[in-house]
Design a protein around this ligand. Structure first.
Ligand code: SF4
Length: 450
């Protein structure tokens, strides 16, 4: 009996890319191939690359090369690159990395299983497939996914692409214009995830607040969230990647009142000084961004606000930076990521003057993250003694039982450490927070299923 061909996948980059990996593996299984977690056990490894910024691009190339080295002494027969880096630099990858057997851009992964078979069956041609640069695929259903997240949560990708033109960002050039998935398709996907035991839906997009604009020029994110709220089995709905342009009252009402709404919003603002927002082509004014941030505090009491900032963008003056620092000091985001500007070719900002020295950009980022560490510690300390709902993700590599409160999005925020065997992975329990440190809590389960 022919043994099933074994495929392993390394997923790099953002949550949106992770969904693509899960869809790709769903197809691999559908086609009768076997998914293995360890690349050393695989016949073919797929690397789902990230092409967003320099460090991510380098990590993708390093991963491809380290996986390819398994060909020399292991039973690995092929390496396939997919994802954003492949979409953006498909031909260069083909030329510069002879270890690769195939490259797929973002347009279509449906042929990956047949290409895997051709590689394993020793297709004599060096290159078995190159599908790059094509129009990124439409907003299709991701029904048959091979989940790579713990059972407790799953990402729900509600659209593809982005209509914004931020001058530092290459994503629209890779993923195309904003294309929303039909609402009914998303509800069906959520039902499938609930049936798989998922409790928390983490809603992602390039700009989640733009959901529906390409359908009828109206924003329908709140309608979608309400519909997702009617899916049995789903208990938490968390919204990521809101854009600080239009946050409708209907959205804050959902976040404030819906029993399944996680009181949390991820809203990357990138900067706050008007000259920087203009140079970044964010399409919003400083007072507009401040207005939205203040409305979140006012309209959704107890909300956890996450944001992302860029330091050292071309032309950023000390005054711009001080204005950004003052915002971090005053607004006190509960969750914050700060990144030094990454000069990306084929983006308008690449040619902007003056470029800021990378050391200056990094020092500014470090200064803000140090300030943020104190702000987060204060937030954590203030919650010690409170009883909160915690979704239990499972055991980490050190055997610690981990969960997350509503203030913790997966992979980017903190966690709640629990005593082993005091709660079942995949459940939501009541936890008294007993200890805090800069980045997480420790807690004691006080009641089973919340
Ligand atoms: S909103 Fe701006 S930063 Fe985000 S994906 Fe779109 S263009 Fe890039």
């Amino acid at each position: 009996m022919n043994e099933a061909i074994r495929v392993s996948l390394v997923s790099l980059g953002c949550a949106r890319n992770l969904v693509d990996s899960e869809v790709l593996l769903g197809r691999v299984v559908e086609e009768g191939l076997q998914v293995v977690t360890d690349p050393e056990d695989a016949d073919v490894v797929v690397v789902n690359t990230c092409g967003f910024i320099e460090t991510a691009k380098q990590e993708s190339i390093d991963t491809i090369l380290s996986v390819a080295s398994l060909k020399e002494d292991g039973n690995l027969k092929g390496v396939i690159a997919v994802g954003c880096l492949a979409q953006r630099y498909g031909d260069q990858l083909k030329e510069q990395i002879p270890e690769l057997d195939a490259v797929f851009g973002l347009s279509d992964y449906s042929n990956v299983p047949s290409v895997v078979r051709r590689i394993v069956n020793g297709s004599d041609r060096r290159w078995v497939a190159t599908v790059t640069g094509g129009k990124p695929k439409g907003a299709t259903s991701d029904r048959k996914r091979f989940l790579l997240t713990p059972q407790s949560y799953a990402y729900l990708r509600i659209s593809e692409g982005c209509d914004h033109t931020c001058t530092f960002c290459a994503i629209p050039s890779m993923r195309g214009k904003n294309r929303s998935k039909p609402l009914d398709v998303l509800v069906e996907e959520a039902q499938g995830l609930a049936a798989a035991g998922v409790k928390e839906l983490v809603v992602v997009a390039e700009d989640s607040t733009a959901y529906g604009l390409d359908i009828d020029k109206k924003r329908h994110i709140h309608t979608l969230l309400e519909r997702l709220g009617s899916v049995d089995g789903i208990e938490w709905i968390r919204l990521m990647y809101a854009y600080p342009h239009t946050v409708l009252p209907e959205l804050t009402t959902f976040l404030r009142e819906h029993p399944k709404a996680v009181k949390y919003l991820d809203i990357p603002i990138q900067h706050i000084s008007s000259p920087m927002l203009r140079a970044m082509k964010r399409g919003v004014k400083s007072e507009q961004v401040r207005g939205i941030l203040d409305r979140l505090r006012g309209e959704v009491p107890g909300i956890t606000v996450r944001s992302t900032l860029i330091t050292g963008f071309p032309g950023e003056t000390e005054q711009d930076f001080q204005e950004l620092k003052a915002l971090v000091q005053d607004y006190r985001f509960e969750r914050l990521g700060v990144f030094p500007y990454s000069r990306e070719e084929d983006t308008p900002a690449f040619d902007m003057e003056p470029q800021i020295e990378p050391e200056v950009a990094e020092a500014r980022a470090a200064e803000l993250m140090e300030l943020q560490r104190g702000i987060m510690r204060e937030f954590h300390d203030a919650k010690v003694g409170q009883v909160v709902d915690v979704v239990v993700d499972g055991y980490d590599e050190d055997g610690l039982l981990m969960g997350r409160s509503q203030a913790d999005a997966p992979e980017v925020d903190g966690r709640v450490l629990l005593d082993a065997a005091t709660a079942e992975p995949g459940t939501i329990v009541r936890v008294e927070l007993t200890h805090a440190d800069d980045y997480q809590w420790r807690g004691r389960v006080v009641a089973g299923d919340a």
